[in-house]
Design a protein around this ligand. Structure first.
Ligand SMILES: [Ca+2]
Length: 64
């Protein structure tokens, strides 16, 4: 079963949930420079910092 899962992970473009990559530390994330990156299992999310608004990928400053 374990070997089967490994082969699946190699054949898929979708990140394998059981082998999580910390996108926040390896630099693969696309968070805005004004966002905080949060690693999650199989993915990650970005949250705009205080004073910035957006989806985390693009954060717009409130004080520009
Ligand atoms: Ca991750």
């Amino acid at each position: 079963m374990m070997i089967n899962h490994v082969f699946k992970s190699f054949s898929s473009q979708i990140p394998f949930v059981d082998l999580d990559i910390d996108e926040c530390t390896n630099g693969k994330h696309r968070c805005d420079v004004n966002a905080v990156c949060n690693n999650t299992r199989g993915s990650y999310n970005c949250t705009c910092k205080d004073g910035f608004y957006g989806d985390g990928i693009n954060c717009t400053g409130n004080y520009l």
